[in-house]
Design a protein. Structure first.
Lengths: 367, 367
């Protein structure tokens, strides 16, 4: 507890960070609002130019007929699955064991929508075509998360996606995309968003990961689907009188960052290589397929907390504020490259990694 | 349709408005953010100084042990009722036939929480002690909305509230306050918020009615209750990564307007009197008990749409952008006084009402 706070405090004081777009503070919203005329009218319960324009813009980008802005992905995705379950009359969906709905939403899908889940694949790998084909129970919808965040942002190859999509269509199972980090994987697949989304019946994307907005999500699909999602948005309490603080920040940051995803991806590969050159450190995946990966240390969390805090103070570069324990002698953190990475002078960055490697070696009497 | 838009367009072009705090635009948020340092850290999934400080401040103001910030009242109130129903094991609550949950939420309470409602009182009057005492079915919770918005913001007398509260406690029925406009009724009751809230087990208040913030709500009660509400907030998709755009605007506008409610109340009484002096116009209630009331015209909506649009153009003062039909020859609108009212020069205001009365008389050949 004390140690964790020490690491977080030490991280907050650093001038540079290897991940992200900088500290999440009020300035992010101020900067977005500075690009907008104060006289611009607010949206009103899902209507008005600001929300309708952004929804149309995103529908076009994603290659879908229609799109709806939601305050959160949690809300958008539960609703998508509910619509597909109601349509088919089967209250069961299939997804990865580490799906956001399974582990981060306090069982909202079960408690609010009475929808059961079938868990596909082992938790340490991505879903394969075989996992889907071999499902024993009938489901209304299969959800794929691209990339699979909780295992470092891994991806199936594109042929697997096409295979799963074809199979689901042949079996009248809807395919939903958890695209919280969809923009971030396009450089790896070398596809447009619309090309990837064409494989799915419904798509959710987020605006506060790689895009760096304040909050908010888009749910896209056919108009009959999004119309129903608006009714559920009202039921969930998500049809706020005005969502424009989130919409404006989503819109301006989307414009600013959507074309930087290639650079974030390349930087992630470079950064992962720097980690992998250190003793007792490895990344998952070894070579990133998006802007994210996990950094694993073969060291107890307490030792790494102290060691990282010391290195932050020495170099003025932060790596993470939050190490998570995976075993008695192992811990890890999630890294996502953003605007911050390129602001670090290269010699400072190399100094950071040589110090990290050196201190780990010292700690383990490696000569 | 064309007529309605004409009225709305005409209303939007007016310099002065008799109700509200002015047009809802981005400037409202910009003004709030101007009062905050850009370096202020964002809240993170319900934690952090900005959200915790505001929750504590509101808990104290409402005289409750604990308070939780929600993106919307729809979400907060469904959750409050769900907690009370789960606790008692009876999925039934009682409220007014025109309760927000019954008519504005697409049956979220039933579709998401499987909670049934018992409708108390005739829809044109407020709930009495007798209505509650004579309930035939057992319920987990009674919800009172103060003031009862859909009938012009009427209020029971304070003794009735005390009676209902005592009765519910004796029967182990929870009492929940829909206090969307709680701040607005304190001058009439001559009570503090904490005194009114002491009669209730759980309380919801809103920050974009009289307070004039962008959006957002507080749900307050005992800590065991609010802790459960946080879990449900996550399930609903309301535990956003950052709610600070709403919190900051709620907080700054609360400070700015909480002590103006007496003035809004007095202005509502004055304004209602001006309406009641006109032919074929009456307000409900005749004498307002908060900052709100309904203005009824004994005229067909189409005629009043044209007439009001004409008067707005002539006087540069708007009354409403939205008339609602109640019968073939009757229509009404909701009025809520705010900052705008006092900005209207008094002679202009009297000119508006003499023109309104004159034009209605002309239309009806009243000499």
């Amino acid at each position: 507890m004390g140690e964790k706070n020490l690491l977080k405090e030490s991280y907050r004081k650093t001038k540079y960070q290897i991940t992200g777009h900088g500290i999440r503070n009020v300035q992010v919203l101020k900067d977005a609002l500075d690009q907008v005329d104060g006289e611009q009218e607010s949206d009103l319960y899902g209507e008005g130019k600001v929300i309708e324009d952004f929804q149309e813009k995103m529908a076009e980008f994603l290659g879908k007929e229609s799109a709806v802005f939601f305050p959160s992905g949690t809300m958008a995705q539960q609703i998508a699955l509910r619509i597909w379950c109601d349509q088919k009359g089967i209250n069961r969906v299939a997804y990865h064991p580490l799906c956001h709905l399974e582990i981060h939403e306090e069982e909202g899908l079960k408690k609010l929508h009475h929808i059961d889940s079938v868990l596909l694949a082992d938790k340490n790998r991505v879903i394969t075509l075989e996992d889907v084909v071999n499902m024993k129970e009938d489901v209304s919808c299969v959800l794929l998360e691209l990339p699979q965040r909780e295992i470092g942002g891994q991806l199936p190859d594109y042929e697997t996606l096409v295979g799963i999509s074809d199979f689901c269509r042949s079996k009248e199972i809807k395919l939903h995309l958890d695209g919280a980090r969809l923009f971030e994987i396009l450089p790896y697949y070398k596809k447009t968003a619309a090309e990837v989304c064409a494989l799915f019946d419904s798509v959710y994307v987020s605006f506060y990961k790689g895009i760096g907005g304040v909050a908010g999500a888009i749910l896209a699909g056919e108009k009959s689907f999004t119309n129903q999602s608006k009714v559920w948005k009202r039921r969930h309490g998500g049809d706020l009188i005005s969502l424009n603080p989130y919409i404006i920040s989503a819109d301006t940051n989307f414009d600013e960052r959507k074309d930087k995803m290639q650079k974030y991806f390349e930087n992630a590969i470079e950064l992962a290589e720097l980690f992998n050159q250190c003793n007792r450190v490895k990344t998952i995946p070894e070579v990133p397929v998006s802007n994210m990966f996990h950094v694993h240390f073969d060291e107890p969390k307490e030792r790494m907390d102290d060691l990282l805090a010391e290195i932050y103070r020495a170099t003025n570069i932060g790596m993470t504020g939050n190490l998570r324990e995976t075993g008695k002698n192992e811990c890890f953190f999630e890294a996502s490259t953003g605007d911050s990475y390129d602001s670090i002078p290269k010699d400072k960055l190399l100094e950071l990694f040589s110090l990290l490697d050196e201190r780990i070696k010292e700690m383990n009497f490696i000569i």
